[in-house]
Ligand binder design. Structure first.
Ligand SMILES: CN[C@H]1CN(c2cccc(OC)c2)S(=O)(=O)c2sc(S(N)(=O)=O)cc21
Ligand SMILES: [Zn+2]
Length: 260
């Protein structure tokens, strides 16, 4: 099991002890200062090809809830935008807070959102396995989507209705044919910058693509994430919430905007 977490004695401020890269030069998340982003006209539109979506399962891995995808040639891929290669979807997961006013990892001019969805992809053009890609500087591409409290999100219902089946750490449930395209915002304007995984092992291997427009989810859908547990059955109940890392130093990186 992980020796890191989000508590007072194993949370983000302690991670550097086991993972010195935590104090590296391209750590994530960051606060996106919109006045300092640079419009990059060379950024082509992002191409999201999620047609063949063979989701397998949804699981509580003790730090988040994740939906895993089969690792097949014709799986869901993204390309274009800041990417020089094709990146295949491996899993998506969420980060959220104790209340709706916070919970996202990236912030925008200091604004926090209720939650942040991460769709994790790996570079299948250059690397043979996910593990190999996860340690390479251009190995991963993660799409970040902000969630804010508002109208009920129909596409997310299949996920939020499945959460009671994976309440405890280590639990997995079938979740077939879930196409996450419905979780993307209407407007695919994005910011992009070179960063890292936001949890240990904190590899500096992620090209981040963060959409500006949040999606709306109902308060009762957000509440369902907060009834998940960090703990296993038979352990003291610890509600899974505030599983987000705070913004990290930019260290001179430039954040590019896909739009002017
Ligand atoms: C526990 N969370 C991570 C698990 N993974 C991971 C990555 C690389 C190596 C590895 O073990 C060697 C596991 S992961 O790729 O699924 C991701 S993506 C991600 S985030 N929040 O930056 O999008 C965190 C993690
Ligand atoms: Zn994440």
């Amino acid at each position: 099991s992980n020796c890191w977490g989000y508590g007072e004695d194993d949370g983000p401020f302690f991670w550097h002890k086991g993972y010195p890269i935590a104090q590296g030069n391209r750590q994530s998340p960051i606060n996106i200062v919109t006045s300092e982003t640079v419009y990059d006209s060379s950024l082509s539109p992002l191409i999201v090809s999620y047609e063949h979506c063979t989701s397998i399962s949804i699981s509580n891995n003790g730090c988040s809830v994740a939906v895993e995808y089969a690792d097949t040639e014709q799986g869901p891929v993204i390309e274009g935008g800041p990417l020089s290669d094709a990146y295949r979807l491996k899993q998506f997961h969420f980060h959220w807070g104790h209340k709706d006013y916070h919970g996202s990892e990236h912030t925008v001019d200091g604004k926090t959102y209720a939650s942040e969805l991460h769709l994790v992809h790996w570079n299948t053009s250059k690397y043979q396995t996910f593990r190999e890609a996860a340690a390479a500087s251009d190995g991963l591409a993660v799409l970040g989507v902000f969630l804010e409290a508002g109208e009920e999100h129909q596409g997310l219902l299949k996920i939020t209705d499945a959460l009671n089946m994976v309440k405890f750490k280590g639990r997995t449930a079938d979740l077939k044919e879930f196409n996450p395209k419905c979780l993307l915002p209407k407007n695919l304007k994005y910011w992009t910058y070179p960063g890292s995984l936001t949890t240990p092992p904190l590899h500096e291997s992620v090209i981040w693509i963060v959409f500006e427009e949040p999606i709306e989810v109902a308060k009762k859908q957000m509440e369902k994430f907060r009834m998940l547990l960090f703990s296993q059955e038979e352990e003291d109940e610890k509600f899974m919430e505030n599983n987000f890392r705070p913004p990290q130093p930019l260290k001179g990186r430039q954040v590019c905007a896909s739009y002017n």
